[in-house]
Design a protein around this ligand. Structure first.
Ligand code: FES
Ligand code: FES
Length: 411
């Protein structure tokens, strides 16, 4: 591996520009000096195939290739990699054209829970690439730099030995490298747009950006929910017209400043069990009518996480009440992005239900209960999990032949 570049006189949170190639795509980023390569790959480029276990160079989960040699992505700072050629597990093969190593891991049942698999694949690739004549009895020691928590080493050794035996004349190269857009889970994009969007999201707490540019990749959370309010449309329209009142309906949110031109500054707090998130940021109302709204939001968490959201709200007459519909695309980076997508989606949907209830209250002329106090998001989470368990139970009950097979099951 080429020697990592030295970055001198840089504060740990200073942004450093770096350009490298990942799986054939040239990437330009501005990243905090202390950001590890594994975090940059996962959070900023959406390449979540690189797994993180120990973050101390012990477990080998984060193994990738740098300039053709296996390296621990958790032990390198992204800003050191200027000019490097990086290959991650995503570059190894395509779903319909797997690399022989991937194919062999599947055939030999070497996957188990799969958490160590990217590290094993990249380590094995490095090994067979450098030592195509490796003997089977040497494999356990040569691959001991990756730890499988399932302790399913036997099948992994079988899989690697099979590929070694069949490719003594040379291992096929990575099959999925080429120019593509890497946007992933982060508002920090790649290639030419990266610098601009990084700058926008990192200055979010000081001044409003000129505009909020949403990432083009798949959102972390996509929500499309509808709920029925008892209040008639004209009362709901009154709430829509009053931005201060509407903000008080949002669980944990607070509008702190009206900046003019439909720009607002605000903060939002969410507590998911022991994790407390406090976002400060801006909202821009692109459309504001009595029955619809289109909002872009961008915020930064005090712990370094970032969020961007695009929300469409629609209030449609239904019977004597109003059907409230929300569509949102939410992009998360940092600690909160570590939550499972579906769980984060459940929590967001529950928060929307609370928001809808509060809008109904406000439309009746009452003060909304949720907005003024911090959200009991732990309760929301527990509620969401309870709903999940219920729906799984319901599905099981509905499964054909269920009763016949389990006559003593709970009725
Ligand atoms: S996460 Fe890098 S070695 Fe464990
Ligand atoms: S397959 Fe589970 S950690 Fe290795």
């Amino acid at each position: 591996m080429s020697t990592p570049r030295t970055v001198s006189h840089t504060g740990h949170d200073d942004l450093v520009a770096v350009e490298f190639t990942v799986n054939g795509t040239t990437v330009s980023l501005k990243v905090p000096a202390r950001m590890t390569l594994s975090d940059a790959l996962r959070d900023n480029l959406g390449l979540t195939g690189t797994h993180i276990g120990c973050e101390h160079g012990v477990c080998g989960m984060c193994t990738i290739l740098i300039d053709g040699d296996a390296s621990r992505a958790c032990l390198l700072f992204a800003c050191q990699l200027d000019g490097a050629q990086i290959t991650t597990v995503e570059g190894l093969g395509k779903p319909d054209d797997l690399h022989p190593l991937q194919e062999s891991f599947g055939r030999h049942h070497g996957l188990q829970c799969g958490f160590c698999t990217p590290g094993f694949l990249m380590s094995s690739y490095d090994l067979l690439d450098h030592e195509p004549d490796i003997r089977r009895e040497d494999l356990p020691e040569e691959l001991s730099g990756v730890i499988c928590r399932c302790t399913g080493y036997r099948n992994i050794i079988d899989a690697v030995d099979d590929v070694a035996t069949n490719h003594r004349d040379g291992l096929p190269g990575p099959k999925n490298c080429g120019q593509r857009t890497l946007t992933g889970r982060s508002p920090v994009g790649s290639t030419a747009a990266a610098d601009e969007s990084t700058a926008a999201s990192d200055t979010v707490q000081d001044s409003a950006p000129e505009k909020i540019s949403m990432p083009s990749g798949e959102p972390t959370i996509a929500i499309d929910v509808t709920t029925l309010l008892e209040s008639p449309p004209q009362d709901v329209a009154r709430v829509f017209a009053n931005i201060q009142l509407l903000a008080r309906c949002l669980p944990g949110a607070e509008l702190t400043e009206e900046l003019g031109g439909n720009w607002y500054r605000g903060r939002a707090r969410v507590a998911l069990g022991p994790i407390k998130l406090s976002f400060n940021g801006f909202a821009h109302l692109l459309e504001h009518k009595s029955d619809r709204m289109h909002v872009l939001g961008q915020a930064k968490d005090t712990g370094g996480g970032r969020a961007q959201a695009e929300i469409h709200l629609l209030a449609v007459p239904e019977g004597t009440g109003t059907r409230l519909q929300a569509e949102a695309r939410v992009y998360l980076v940092g600690r909160i992005a570590g939550f499972g997508r579906s769980l984060a989606g459940d929590v967001s949907r529950r928060m929307f239900e609370d928001f809808a209830k509060a809008v109904d209250q406000a439309a009746r002329g009452e003060e909304p209960e949720v907005g003024s106090k911090p959200p009991s998001a732990f309760g929301i989470l527990v509620g969401a999990m309870r709903d999940r368990i219920r729906s799984v139970r319901d599905l099981r009950r509905k499964a054909p032949g269920r009763q016949a097979n389990n006559p003593h099951e709970e009725r």
